[in-house]
Design a protein around this ligand. Structure first.
Ligand SMILES: *[C@@H]1O[C@H](CO)[C@@H](O)[C@H](O)[C@H]1NC(C)=O
Length: 463
């Protein structure tokens, strides 16, 4: 198991990179994390009345259809994430079969060990990464966030601790849980949709800080870079918790860091998960407002130069907004794949080649899956936004009318499948919901700890 340690340091493990992990584990005076060099070079979800989750009613009005699409979208986000949780960051897809005996066809609990985890510092010990300081600094992990999880990030845990160890089948990872919290906050503070966008953002941000800093609020062991970077900066800012102070902090941070050097660990698909609720909340508004509201929130957690992430967020928000409002997912995905942002005609040709190759094999066959694995390997298996979003739209195009097939394939291709799966599941389920196709009941029933919260949210409020 340890023989691969040195290889892991240089080998691509996506956004789970040695430098980012080590440098962000502690708060350093010099904020060395900003200069951490990523080691990844892999190419790359005015009817207020709940109609009942099991009652089959025929929705006819456009508002009914939008409502159905939004509910489905949120289910899809949680489903796409939870299915992938046990095999999150499995970069060698064959490890999925090796660890679980078969390709995944539903929810399973994660193994204790992960074939390529570098969460524990022991896997990086002695690698001499610059930027890692042995000085006594206020620890972030275990102290400010992820309170009882420090043991899994340290040497004594040994190598290869699973990023989501201890979770149960159907449980959601941190970003998806955060997205659900965003929806809950929106329902609480803005039930009629008339709060100013900035006030809405500030309430969401305050709840985010409370959620992440409250011991026992979730059971995940891992938090991706943007959380760690946020709280790394939040501590020296005096740990603001009030809405106004937090907004001042986050807006100032955006201003400073968006004009500085990009932290490439933030320009990733994980940014899309907490963004989805903003698209849902703005779905009845013009597209440009949905984009604006979403981007303005993403800036608070992902302070990057605008070109690094925002065009991708915009492309995704426009697609999801259109699908929620009745556009064809197949067409929207094709448009996205042909956009210059994702490579234009070159990308589209590869998409068509992979698509016709896949069509030569039976649906659900291992051979077909292997084509999809190859395709996602080609477009981008890791978190980095351009490749990850291309893979997402490829799968959305391929599985535009098959939500379950799409999210399971996303799981079984491996890589950064949780966050890609959340954003993909949201799109696929929105399309299904909009066209009146029910989501597979088993996928809804099998969700873990988030299921009851989602049911309560949908029973008591509109999204
Ligand atoms: C965490 O896991 C424990 C044990 O499975 C469970 O009882 C608890 O409700 C979970 N907490 C959350 C916030 O999901």
């Amino acid at each position: 198991m340890l023989s691969g340690v040195s290889a892991l340091v240089t080998r691509c493990v996506g956004c789970i990179t040695t430098a980012s992990l080590v440098s962000l584990l502690c708060v350093t005076k010099t904020q060395s994390a900003v200069s951490a060099t990523p080691t990844c070079h892999r190419p790359g979800l005015p009817e207020v009345i709940w109609r009942g989750l099991t009652t089959q009613t025929t929705s006819t009005s456009p508002m009914d259809k939008l409502h159905d699409a939004k509910e489905a979208c949120l289910w899809g986000l949680l489903i796409g994430d939870a299915l992938s949780m046990p095999v999150h960051w499995y970069y060698d897809a064959d490890d999925i079969k090796r660890d679980y005996g078969k390709w995944l066809t539903g929810y399973v609990a994660p193994k204790k060990h992960h074939p390529s985890s570098i969460m524990s510092l022991s896997a990086t010990g002695g690698s001499g990464r610059s930027g890692f300081s042995m000085q006594k600094e206020e620890p972030l992990i275990g102290n400010v966030i992820l309170h009882d999880k420090l043991q899994y990030w340290t040497k004594s845990a040994g190598a290869s601790v699973h990023y989501h160890q201890g979770m149960s089948a159907g449980d959601n990872t941190l970003n998806a849980l955060c997205a659900l919290r965003v929806c809950q906050t929106m329902a609480r503070v803005d039930p009629d949709g008339d709060l100013s966008p900035r006030d809405l953002r500030s309430a969401v941000l305050a709840d985010y800080v409370t959620f992440l800093t409250t011991p026992g609020s979730h059971n995940d062991t891992y938090a991706e870079s943007f959380h760690r970077a946020f709280f790394r900066d939040w501590i020296p800012a005096g740990k603001p918790v009030g809405k106004d102070e937090l907004m001042k902090f986050a807006e100032k941070r955006y201003k400073e860091q968006s004009s500085g050097r990009a932290d490439s660990q933030l320009a990733v698909i994980g940014a899309f998960v907490m963004a989805v609720p903003f698209v849902l909340h703005s779905a009845h508004l013009p597209e440009a407002e949905a984009v604006r509201n979403t981007v303005d929130f993403v800036r608070l957690t992902h302070p990057l130069p605008p070109s690094q992430l925002e065009p991708y967020v915009e492309l995704y928000v426009k697609s999801l907004h259109a699908v929620l409002n009745g556009a064809s997912l197949q067409e929207k995905a094709a448009e996205a794949l042909q956009s210059p942002l994702l490579g234009g005609s070159g990308t589209w040709k590869r998409v068509q080649a992979f698509s016709s190759e896949a069509a030569g094999y039976a649906k659900g066959s291992d051979m077909r899956l292997s084509v999809y694995q190859e395709a996602v390997g080609h477009f981008g298996l890791a978190c980095y936004i351009r490749g990850s979003l291309t893979s997402l739209f490829f799968l959305a195009h391929e599985f535009h009318d098959d939500m379950e097939g799409g999210v399971l394939t996303n799981t079984n291709v491996g890589g950064e499948n949780c966050h890609r799966g959340a954003a993909l599941g949201a799109l696929l389920a929105a399309a299904a919901g909009r066209s009146g196709q029910p989501l597979p009941q088993g996928l809804k029933d099998g969700l873990g700890s988030a299921r009851n919260d989602l049911m309560a949210l949908l029973a008591n409020s509109k999204l």
